[in-house]
Design a protein around this ligand. Sequence first.
Ligand code: ADP
Ligand code: MG
Ligand code: MG
Length: 214
Amino acid sequence: MDVAFFASWIEEAARTVSSDRERLTALDAAIGDADHGTNLDRGFTAVAHALGTADPATPGALLTLVGTTLIRKVGGASGPLYGTFFRETGKALGDDAEVSVARLHTALQAGLAGVRALGSAAEGDKTMVDALAPAVRALEEAVRDGGDPADPTDAAEAIGAAAAAARTGAESTIPLQARKGRASYLGPRSVGHEDPGAASTALILAALHAVATR
Ligand code: ADP
Ligand code: MG
Ligand code: MG
Protein backbone atom coordinates (compact mmCIF):
# COMPACT_ATOMS: atom_id res chain seq x y z
CA MET A 1 0.00 0.00 0.00
CA ASP A 2 1.58 3.25 -1.19
CA VAL A 3 0.85 6.93 -0.69
CA ALA A 4 -1.81 6.88 -3.44
CA PHE A 5 -3.61 4.08 -1.60
CA PHE A 6 -3.66 6.10 1.62
CA ALA A 7 -4.82 9.21 -0.25
CA SER A 8 -7.70 7.14 -1.67
CA TRP A 9 -8.56 5.89 1.83
CA ILE A 10 -8.84 9.41 3.17
CA GLU A 11 -10.81 10.57 0.10
CA GLU A 12 -13.23 7.69 0.55
CA ALA A 13 -13.50 8.38 4.29
CA ALA A 14 -14.29 12.04 3.55
CA ARG A 15 -16.93 11.00 1.02
CA THR A 16 -18.65 8.57 3.38
CA VAL A 17 -18.48 10.92 6.39
CA SER A 18 -20.11 13.56 4.22
CA SER A 19 -22.87 11.26 2.97
CA ASP A 20 -23.53 9.93 6.50
CA ARG A 21 -23.23 13.34 8.15
CA GLU A 22 -26.91 13.55 9.11
CA ARG A 23 -26.96 10.03 10.57
CA LEU A 24 -23.86 10.73 12.69
CA THR A 25 -25.35 13.99 13.88
CA ALA A 26 -28.65 12.27 14.73
CA LEU A 27 -26.75 9.70 16.83
CA ASP A 28 -25.05 12.58 18.64
CA ALA A 29 -28.41 14.37 19.07
CA ALA A 30 -29.62 11.37 21.08
CA ILE A 31 -26.75 11.29 23.61
CA GLY A 32 -24.62 14.38 22.95
CA ASP A 33 -24.86 17.81 21.37
CA ALA A 34 -25.82 16.95 17.77
CA ASP A 35 -22.60 18.03 16.10
CA HIS A 36 -20.57 14.87 15.41
CA GLY A 37 -21.48 14.63 11.71
CA THR A 38 -20.88 18.32 11.06
CA ASN A 39 -17.65 18.26 13.10
CA LEU A 40 -16.18 15.39 11.10
CA ASP A 41 -17.45 16.61 7.75
CA ARG A 42 -15.84 19.99 8.37
CA GLY A 43 -12.63 18.24 9.41
CA PHE A 44 -12.41 15.94 6.42
CA THR A 45 -13.24 18.77 4.04
CA ALA A 46 -10.27 20.66 5.49
CA VAL A 47 -8.18 17.49 5.19
CA ALA A 48 -9.05 17.10 1.49
CA HIS A 49 -7.98 20.70 0.93
CA ALA A 50 -4.74 20.24 2.91
CA LEU A 51 -3.83 17.07 0.99
CA GLY A 52 -4.52 18.78 -2.32
CA THR A 53 -2.19 21.64 -1.40
CA ALA A 54 0.65 19.76 0.30
CA ASP A 55 0.80 16.56 -1.78
CA PRO A 56 2.67 14.49 0.87
CA ALA A 57 5.26 12.02 -0.45
CA THR A 58 4.81 9.05 1.90
CA PRO A 59 1.92 7.27 3.68
CA GLY A 60 3.35 8.42 7.03
CA ALA A 61 3.54 12.08 6.01
CA LEU A 62 0.03 11.90 4.56
CA LEU A 63 -1.58 10.44 7.70
CA THR A 64 0.38 12.84 9.91
CA LEU A 65 -1.01 15.75 7.88
CA VAL A 66 -4.53 14.30 8.20
CA GLY A 67 -4.06 14.21 11.97
CA THR A 68 -2.67 17.70 12.41
CA THR A 69 -5.42 19.10 10.17
CA LEU A 70 -8.17 17.38 12.17
CA ILE A 71 -6.68 18.66 15.43
CA ARG A 72 -6.59 22.18 14.00
CA LYS A 73 -10.04 22.20 12.38
CA VAL A 74 -12.32 20.07 14.54
CA GLY A 75 -13.39 21.27 17.95
CA GLY A 76 -14.95 19.08 20.57
CA ALA A 77 -13.76 15.69 21.68
CA SER A 78 -13.51 13.95 18.35
CA GLY A 79 -11.10 16.41 16.65
CA PRO A 80 -8.17 15.92 19.02
CA LEU A 81 -8.96 12.19 19.35
CA TYR A 82 -9.15 11.42 15.62
CA GLY A 83 -6.33 13.89 15.03
CA THR A 84 -4.13 12.02 17.47
CA PHE A 85 -5.18 8.69 15.96
CA PHE A 86 -4.09 9.65 12.44
CA ARG A 87 -1.00 11.54 13.58
CA GLU A 88 0.30 8.67 15.70
CA THR A 89 -0.52 6.16 12.96
CA GLY A 90 1.38 8.33 10.49
CA LYS A 91 4.35 8.79 12.79
CA ALA A 92 4.57 5.03 13.29
CA LEU A 93 4.82 4.50 9.52
CA GLY A 94 7.97 6.63 9.39
CA ASP A 95 9.33 7.29 5.89
CA ASP A 96 8.27 3.98 4.35
CA ALA A 97 7.04 4.32 0.77
CA GLU A 98 5.26 0.95 0.78
CA VAL A 99 3.28 -0.39 3.74
CA SER A 100 2.47 -4.06 4.34
CA VAL A 101 -0.66 -5.07 6.21
CA ALA A 102 1.52 -6.15 9.16
CA ARG A 103 3.10 -2.70 9.24
CA LEU A 104 -0.33 -1.11 8.95
CA HIS A 105 -1.41 -3.12 11.97
CA THR A 106 1.44 -1.91 14.19
CA ALA A 107 0.85 1.67 13.05
CA LEU A 108 -2.89 1.51 13.81
CA GLN A 109 -1.97 0.03 17.17
CA ALA A 110 0.11 3.17 17.83
CA GLY A 111 -2.84 5.31 16.72
CA LEU A 112 -5.13 3.49 19.13
CA ALA A 113 -2.58 3.91 21.94
CA GLY A 114 -2.60 7.66 21.25
CA VAL A 115 -6.40 7.78 21.50
CA ARG A 116 -6.29 5.84 24.76
CA ALA A 117 -3.57 8.06 26.23
CA LEU A 118 -5.47 11.23 25.35
CA GLY A 119 -9.02 10.20 26.22
CA SER A 120 -8.31 7.50 28.82
CA ALA A 121 -11.34 5.51 27.63
CA ALA A 122 -11.31 1.73 28.06
CA GLU A 123 -13.36 -0.67 25.99
CA GLY A 124 -16.91 -0.69 27.28
CA ASP A 125 -16.94 3.04 28.07
CA LYS A 126 -19.11 3.64 24.97
CA THR A 127 -16.67 5.60 22.80
CA MET A 128 -14.82 5.25 19.50
CA VAL A 129 -12.43 2.91 21.34
CA ASP A 130 -15.20 0.28 21.29
CA ALA A 131 -14.93 0.18 17.49
CA LEU A 132 -11.22 0.92 17.10
CA ALA A 133 -9.78 -1.58 19.60
CA PRO A 134 -11.58 -4.66 18.18
CA ALA A 135 -10.68 -3.54 14.65
CA VAL A 136 -6.98 -3.39 15.50
CA ARG A 137 -7.25 -6.76 17.22
CA ALA A 138 -9.00 -8.33 14.23
CA LEU A 139 -6.28 -7.01 11.94
CA GLU A 140 -3.63 -8.46 14.24
CA GLU A 141 -5.32 -11.87 14.17
CA ALA A 142 -5.70 -11.79 10.41
CA VAL A 143 -2.04 -10.87 9.99
CA ARG A 144 -0.97 -13.63 12.35
CA ASP A 145 -3.22 -16.36 10.99
CA GLY A 146 -3.25 -16.04 7.36
CA GLY A 147 -2.11 -15.19 4.01
CA ASP A 148 0.79 -13.71 2.23
CA PRO A 149 1.34 -10.19 3.57
CA ALA A 150 2.46 -9.06 0.13
CA ASP A 151 -0.67 -10.42 -1.59
CA PRO A 152 -3.23 -7.60 -2.09
CA THR A 153 -6.18 -10.05 -1.90
CA ASP A 154 -4.99 -11.33 1.49
CA ALA A 155 -4.41 -7.75 2.68
CA ALA A 156 -7.94 -6.78 1.62
CA GLU A 157 -9.32 -9.78 3.50
CA ALA A 158 -7.43 -8.82 6.67
CA ILE A 159 -8.65 -5.22 6.39
CA GLY A 160 -12.18 -6.56 5.81
CA ALA A 161 -11.99 -8.41 9.12
CA ALA A 162 -10.94 -5.18 10.82
CA ALA A 163 -13.81 -3.23 9.23
CA ALA A 164 -16.33 -5.91 10.25
CA ALA A 165 -15.00 -5.86 13.82
CA ALA A 166 -15.36 -2.07 13.93
CA ARG A 167 -19.01 -2.29 12.80
CA THR A 168 -19.76 -5.01 15.38
CA GLY A 169 -17.95 -2.93 17.99
CA ALA A 170 -20.02 0.15 17.15
CA GLU A 171 -23.23 -1.88 17.49
CA SER A 172 -21.99 -3.25 20.82
CA THR A 173 -22.13 0.31 22.25
CA ILE A 174 -25.95 0.41 22.01
CA PRO A 175 -26.71 -1.29 25.37
CA LEU A 176 -23.80 0.38 27.16
CA GLN A 177 -23.92 3.30 29.56
CA ALA A 178 -21.39 5.99 28.62
CA ARG A 179 -18.51 6.51 31.03
CA LYS A 180 -16.50 9.00 28.95
CA GLY A 181 -17.30 12.11 26.95
CA ARG A 182 -20.42 14.20 26.82
CA ALA A 183 -22.77 11.17 26.72
CA SER A 184 -21.58 10.19 30.22
CA TYR A 185 -23.43 13.25 31.60
CA LEU A 186 -26.67 11.44 30.73
CA GLY A 187 -25.90 8.51 32.99
CA PRO A 188 -28.34 5.64 32.41
CA ARG A 189 -30.19 7.67 29.74
CA SER A 190 -27.23 7.05 27.41
CA VAL A 191 -28.25 3.37 27.22
CA GLY A 192 -30.02 2.25 24.04
CA HIS A 193 -28.14 4.43 21.52
CA GLU A 194 -25.15 3.74 19.31
CA ASP A 195 -22.15 5.90 20.15
CA PRO A 196 -21.59 8.43 17.34
CA GLY A 197 -17.78 8.22 17.51
CA ALA A 198 -17.87 4.43 17.33
CA ALA A 199 -20.20 4.75 14.33
CA SER A 200 -17.80 7.11 12.54
CA THR A 201 -14.84 4.83 13.29
CA ALA A 202 -16.76 1.98 11.62
CA LEU A 203 -17.26 4.24 8.57
CA ILE A 204 -13.58 5.16 8.40
CA LEU A 205 -12.55 1.49 8.51
CA ALA A 206 -15.23 0.55 5.97
CA ALA A 207 -13.65 3.19 3.71
CA LEU A 208 -10.26 1.52 4.17
CA HIS A 209 -11.76 -1.83 3.21
CA ALA A 210 -13.53 -0.36 0.18
CA VAL A 211 -10.24 1.04 -1.12
CA ALA A 212 -8.37 -2.20 -0.38
CA THR A 213 -10.83 -4.21 -2.50
CA ARG A 214 -10.61 -1.88 -5.53
P1 ADP B 1 -18.27 16.53 21.39
O1 ADP B 1 -18.73 15.44 22.29
O2 ADP B 1 -17.23 17.38 22.01
O3 ADP B 1 -19.41 17.31 20.80
P2 ADP B 1 -18.13 14.94 18.98
O4 ADP B 1 -19.61 14.95 19.05
O5 ADP B 1 -17.54 15.35 17.67
O6 ADP B 1 -17.50 15.81 20.14
O7 ADP B 1 -17.58 13.47 19.28
C1 ADP B 1 -18.18 12.67 20.27
C2 ADP B 1 -17.52 11.31 20.27
O8 ADP B 1 -16.21 11.40 20.77
C3 ADP B 1 -18.21 10.30 21.17
O9 ADP B 1 -19.27 9.68 20.51
C4 ADP B 1 -17.09 9.34 21.52
O10 ADP B 1 -17.00 8.27 20.60
C5 ADP B 1 -15.85 10.17 21.38
N1 ADP B 1 -15.27 10.46 22.69
C6 ADP B 1 -15.65 11.39 23.58
N2 ADP B 1 -14.86 11.37 24.67
C7 ADP B 1 -13.95 10.37 24.47
C8 ADP B 1 -12.84 9.83 25.22
N3 ADP B 1 -12.50 10.33 26.41
N4 ADP B 1 -12.14 8.81 24.67
C9 ADP B 1 -12.47 8.31 23.46
N5 ADP B 1 -13.49 8.78 22.71
C10 ADP B 1 -14.21 9.79 23.20
MG1 MG C 1 -20.96 16.21 19.85
MG1 MG D 1 -19.66 19.39 20.49
